[in-house]
Design a protein around this ligand. Structure first.
Ligand code: AMP
Ligand code: MG
Length: 531
């Protein structure tokens, strides 16, 4: 099927493609792997596939784009969002960017398997870039195939929507569509490649610009293109800052530091571990971006990372995410330094990241524990002792915080022991019992000083402590069924995760602790970058 010959219209979807109109394009239009210079993007047409099959779409994301259920279930929709045809107004391109991977400069990376379709303008006037992940080779594909498999596409689709409903800044997903093509993947890089079903996710965000989008130009001493991209980003994504000057660049960077701090606070709040916080995976808007080998904390363990590729250094473990975000911001500061030429204010801005993070993190922890405010005198040790207890007693993070609201100043120590036993992965041993007793007594004492009433405390706690998160094993169950052609669990999970803070009748199975089978199962606790 020819892309140009089949221009379906999605009547309500209007495009205004500012990125391609205002930024420098790669002069080469043939699609082959190469280094691309002095350009922010290359025009490229998605690869045709034989047999698109809709797996799922997000009704809320569709509604925001003014796409009805009928449209989303139409053939035209699957053809467009698998990459077989272009809707009126689309002008597809892949972006050039670089990045530091695992602490080392990696040179040009770019959209190796992502093709942007264009910028949709919603009824409210919001600009949303739509992009296909897994739609074939681009000039940035390096040695890889430009494709994505069903398991990782479902993981990205479900998790980005789940994060959105949890109130975590994130890119979103409109759809996931099977291509009908088989894709070969060596999931654990151990010489055992398997054929898997290929799929394409349509991702949605106001901007997909990354820290690495700026780094690439500075690394090549191409300050002209760097300035164009910075000015463009300020004009369209930070318009309140006004016309660019060196002072505005600093303000902009300070705001990026703030947005990044806020995003990380949310990750820590819900127990999300990104898994690959390379600078090409850091959004300039402070959105969670590029869902690969991410995972959710089950038993609270700050050293945990789901990413087997990072198992040695554990650079991207849960407890290290705040430091890594800082490290990444320093790389971004280095990248924009030539436009500002003053190191000290840039350093101040990155230190501001830490103060904002620290303060926000403390407030967030207080809210999670049902305290009216964070009191450094008592609450610092309350938190340290809690984290020790959660780790040593192998307590499920999500269940603990959610269930804690049910205890109050009149609760007894034996009630607390019982609660801990219900939400942990091992029986209370001597050490955990001692820690539990000490912490519970301190917590009760602290609660007695609380000025908020009990009902408000519960409401406060339940507005930040979800009962439903995309538990690693739940995503895997949905994937196992989808690989057999049954998409019901994907749909049900998406539906449950739309209201993560509200207990829903008949859905308690989605709050269950990780079952034993999932402890060592690939895809549940161990993931690689192979996707
Ligand atoms: P990630 O680890 O997903 O952030 O990817 C790092 C870089 O590798 C990015 O430039 C991706 O576009 C590229 N990449 C990852 N997987 C593929 C693939 N299957 N085909 C082409 N490029 C890929
Ligand atoms: Mg990436």
């Amino acid at each position: 099927m020819s892309t140009q010959a089949n221009r379906y219209t999605l009547d309500n979807l209007k495009f205004d493609n500012r990125f391609v109109r205002e930024l420098p394009a790669d002069a080469e239009t043939d699609n082959y792997r190469r280094q691309v210079y002095q350009a922010c993007y290359s025009r490229v047409i998605p690869t045709q596939v034989a047999e698109p099959t809709l797996v799922a779409y997000s009704p809320d994301m569709a509604a925001q784009l003014d796409l009805s259920a009928d449209v989303c279930q139409s053939i035209a929709f699957s053809q467009i969002f698998v990459g077989n045809s272009l809707a009126e107004g689309m002008d597809p391109y892949a972006c050039c960017y670089g990045g530091h991977q695992f602490g080392h400069w990696a040179g040009q990376l770019g959209d190796g398997r992502v093709i942007n379709l264009g910028e949709a303008v919603t009824r409210q006037g919001e600009y949303l870039t739509l992009q296909l992940k897994g739609a074939g080779l681009t000039p940035y594909s390096r040695s890889a195939d430009g494709l994505a498999v069903l398991r990782s596409s479902i993981r990205e689709f479900l998790c980005s929507e789940a994060m959105y409903y949890l109130g975590v800044p994130t890119t979103r997903a409109l759809s996931v569509i099977l291509t009908g093509k088989q894709v070969r993947r060596d999931m654990f890089y151990d010489g055992n490649p398997q054929w898997e079903q290929g799929a394409v996710v349509c991702r949605v965000a106001p901007s997909f610009t990354r820290f690495g989008s700026f780094q690439i130009f500075t690394s090549r001493d191409d300050l002209g293109t760097l300035k164009k991209l910075v000015d463009y980003t300020i004009a369209h994504d930070f318009p309140h800052l006004g016309s660019p000057t060196p002072a505005i660049y600093l303000q902009w960077f300070t705001e990026v530091c703030e947005k990044t701090a806020d995003m990380i606070i949310h990750w820590q709040r819900v127990g999300f571990v990104h898994g690959v916080m390379n600078t090409d995976n850091m959004s300039i808007l402070g959105l969670t971006i590029d869902y690969g080998p991410y995972g959710w904390l089950e038993n609270y363990d700050p050293d945990w990372t789901p990413n087997t590729t990072d198992a040695q250094g554990r650079r991207y473990r849960y407890g290290n995410q705040p430091q890594i975000a800082y490290w990444n911001l320093v790389q971004l500061a280095n990248a924009i330094y030539p436009l500002i030429k003053r190191a000290e204010p840039l350093q101040q801005a990155v230190s501001h990241y830490f103060s904002r993070f620290e303060k926000g993190w403390q407030t967030m922890q207080a809210v999670k524990l049902g305290l009216e405010t964070f009191n450094p005198d008592s609450d610092e040790s309350l938190l340290t002792d809690l984290f020790k207890l959660l780790q040593i007693a192998e307590v499920d993070m999500t269940l603990f915080y959610r269930g804690l609201a049910n205890l109050n100043v009149n609760s007894t120590l034996s009630e607390f022991y019982l609660f801990i036993e219900q939400v942990s992965y091992k029986a209370l041993d001597h050490e955990s019992t001692i820690l539990a007793e000490a912490w519970f007594n301190d917590y009760l004492q602290r609660l007695r000083k609380n000025t908020i009433n009990d009902q408000d405390r519960i409401t406060q706690m339940q507005s930040v402590n979800p009962c439903y998160v995309l538990r690693n094993y739940l995503a895997q169950e949905a994937i196992d069924q989808a690989e057999q052609g049954d998409f019901a669990l994907v749909e049900e999970l998406l539906d449950v995760l739309r209201q993560p803070y509200t207990e829903q009748p008949g859905k308690s199975r989605f709050t269950a602790k990780r079952p034993d089978w999932a402890k060592q199962r690939a895809g549940c606790s161990m993931l690689s970058c192979s996707s």
